[in-house]
Ligand binder design. Structure first.
Ligand code: HEM
Length: 409
């Protein structure tokens, strides 16, 4: 696909195999580029420019309703979603309510729960010698741990519905009938509203109850619709991101067979290996912002209310930021990696993602060895909106079962 077509089509589906090469091309040829599509937006690729935008909440507002690329189809009325849709001091207050549930200390208590959910899933397919990593692992465990361990939602039907609603309102956004999508949002909001009512009646020691009861100067910090939106962003944040990361980790284990041997010998390197895979293949490729005033970036004038997308993938492989950016270097310094964003909106679930991904690798290597692609089609990716998400649709693999299972921990 020619570069210009790629930029113009970015909010639609671009071929998944184009995302990496086009990103490198944009970094070289047009690091700040405008697309006329979807009402117009800028695309930023340089690490330096992206960091500046991410850190300046006053100059570049977050907020899906105003800056989403592409715009939602008509009739899809998403609730406001704090914290991601809010900026400034009030945004900080919402994070302060969520943080105690997502801090390393709090999540240490969840580790046994994460391990039992992830371990059971892997133990189920391990004896078969083959599996679909997508349907049997990567799309299953992140949603289950988010629901059970974070939201306190244990009903299998609820979990299935949430998976469907989340998928429809992200991956299927451009292909599904808007009337169907509008109905999906209504169903999801109705379900979340019922959850809020239930937690009001029976408050617990959980994040939903904390959001309901949070106060700002003696008044509720969030009204019911905003709590419904906060639940929605926790679900969206927790489900597909960790799914993509899981698939990308398994791809790397297959493509680089020396990695499995290294991690078996040095399990302490598992977190660093995960970080490097997250750098090279960040699950969230782009995020939007809206300029709150005229600003110059990379020699271009962006006007007040212009929308822009930051390309995290580009920031993570920008040669001005990284030595040998395309190489997998397990012990490189990665403190400016953009996979989880930067600045005030930096991912609040990053610790949860990191813990669950480490446990996933430990449990996988405990049960299986020598993972290979089941056929020459490798992992099947589809690009989805926005901006070149490369979702793994199906991922058939074969492997040798480890009997008895060998714990790495
Ligand atoms: C590998 C997994 C993950 C990746 C790559 C990821 C990526 C990101 C990124 C890039 C942002 C910044 C968005 C922006 O600046 O506009 C973000 C924000 C956020 N993430 Fe994650 N995320 C992951 C896992 C999770 C998990 C497990 C949760 C919760 C259970 C979560 C919840 C959130 C929330 C609530 C925000 C909004 C924070 C704010 O606006 O202050 N994420 N995530």
């Amino acid at each position: 696909m020619p570069l210009n077509d790629y930029v113009q089509h970015l909010p639609l589906r671009v071929p998944p195999e184009d995302v990496h090469p086009m990103t490198r091309l944009m970094l070289r040829e047009c690091p700040v580029v405008h697309s006329g599509h979807d009402g117009g937006f800028w695309l930023l690729n340089r690490h330096e420019d992206i960091l500046r935008v991410m850190q300046d909440w006053d100059g570049f507002a977050n907020g899906n309703a105003g800056c989403r690329v592409p715009h939602d189809p008509p009739g899809v009325n998403r609730p406001p979603m704090p914290p991601i849709d809010w900026n400034g001091p009030i945004h900080r207050k919402v994070r302060d309510v969520m943080n105690p549930f997502l801090s390393p200390r709090a999540l240490a208590k969840n580790e046994p729960g994460f391990r039992s959910i992830i371990g059971a899933m892997i133990a189920e397919f391990a004896p078969d010698g083959h599996a679909d990593i997508s349907s049997q692992l990567s799309k299953r465990f992140p949603s289950q741990i988010t629901c059970q361990e974070l939201l306190g939602v244990n009903d299998a039907k609820d979990l299935e519905n949430l998976r469907i609603w989340n998928r429809r309102l992200s991956y299927d956004l451009l292909t599904e009938d808007p009337a169907v999508l509008a109905e999906v949002q209504r169903e999801w909001s109705a379900w979340s509203t019922a959850l809020v009512e239930q937690r009001k009646a029976e408050p617990g020691d959980d994040i939903v109850s904390a959001l309901i009861n949070a106060k700002n100067d003696g008044r509720p910090l969030l009204n019911d619709v905003e709590v419904v939106g906060a639940i929605q962003i926790l679900v969206s944040g927790g489900f597909s991101t960790t799914s993509e990361a899981t698939a990308n980790i398994v791809v790397r284990l297959i493509d680089d067979p020396t990695l499995e041997a290294l991690l078996r010998e040095r399990p302490d390197l598992i977190p660093a290996a995960i970080e490097e895979i997250l750098r090279l293949d960040p699950p969230v490729n782009t995020r939007p912002r809206r300029c709150t005033r005229d600003v110059e970036i990379g020699g271009k004038l962006l006007r007040e209310n212009d929308r822009l997308l930051v390309n995290y993938l580009a920031a993570n492989v920008d040669p001005d930021e990284w030595d040998e950016p395309d190489e997998f270097i397990i012990n490189r310094t990665r403190n400016r990696v953009m996979t989880f964003g930067a600045g005030p909106h930096r991912c609040i679930g990053s610790t949860m993602a990191r813990i669950s991904l480490r446990i996933m690798v430990e449990e996988l290597l405990k049960h299986v060895t020598g993972i290979k692609y089941a056929d020459d089609r490798h992992e099947r990716r589809v690009s989805t909106q926005p901006g070149g998400w490369r979702m793994v649709e199906s991922f058939p693999v074969t492997f040798t079962t480890v009997t008895p299972p060998q714990s790495l921990t």
